[in-house]
Design a protein around this ligand. Structure first.
Ligand SMILES: [Zn+2]
Length: 232
């Protein structure tokens, strides 16, 4: 019997001219939704509010970003959450108990057991949420991508354009630059994205918010996103 072949999920074509669409679904069938604002053909900036379900304050920043149009020349993309199941459960992991920020297919390594700490999944990009985000980023090819986490209140420094834009974001928000240590950082989404977008000098980074985020903080972060988006 011939093996059944299915197109890899990450090749599903997306209509990027739509202002709002589901680009995949979670393990439990919740829609993963992308929203587009601003100028079609402008600098593409992607903001992902939540990847770890129990680190959800990025949603307030996404809400702020929705509240007014981005600056001229910017095509702003918002994904409120790439882990709606984890968010519903108040859990870091997705519904397969995988840490999605260890599941991306660049420099993936096995970590842990299901549900334990940073369990990386049975293999690289084993999770539907990971595959959907890979597909979205491969088709969007954003110039700048940001993922929000909590609660280390730090942005890792970097080099080149990536480093310059991180430093600018740090300056605009007061979140200090500093090395994030103490974990195993394989299969990290932003590292994969940076690698993927390297030929275009794309920027991708994590903002570690603090334990809480006030409405004023959310506004400050939204303003910082708009500023780096406009400046490039
Ligand atoms: Zn996190």
């Amino acid at each position: 019997m011939a093996p059944t072949t299915t197109a890899p999920l990450w090749s599903a074509p997306l209509d990027l001219t739509q202002p709002l669409f589901a680009f995949g679904s979670s393990v439990e069938g919740r829609a993963l939704v992308a929203e587009r604002y601003g100028e079609l053909g402008g600098r593409r900036v992607l903001v992902i509010g939540v990847i770890h379900g129990n680190e959800a304050d990025g949603v307030a920043i996404v809400d702020q970003l929705r509240s007014e149009p981005p600056p001229p020349g910017v095509e702003l993309w918002l994904v409120e959450s790439m882990n709606p199941d984890g968010q519903a459960a108040g859990d870091r992991h997705n519904a397969h108990h995988v840490d999605l920020n260890r599941n991306f297919p660049y420099n993936w390594g096995p970590i842990g057991q299901p549900g334990v700490g940073q369990y990386a999944g049975p293999g690289p990009a084993s999770e539907p949420e990971t595959l959907a985000v890979i597909n979205l980023i491969r088709q969007l090819r954003p110039d700048i991508t940001i993922w929000y986490h909590q609660d280390l209140f730090t942005i890792s420094p970097s080099t080149g354009r990536d480093g310059r834009i991180r430093a600018r974001y740090s300056e605009l928000t007061g979140v200090p630059l500093g090395e994030i240590t103490g974990g195993i950082y394989t299969g990290v989404a932003a590292t994969w994205a940076r690698r993927e977008l390297e030929p275009d000098d794309g920027v991708a980074f994590i903002v570690e918010l603090g334990a809480t985020l006030t409405a004023a903080d959310a506004e400050l972060h939204a303003t910082a996103v708009r500023t780096i988006a406009a400046e490039g």
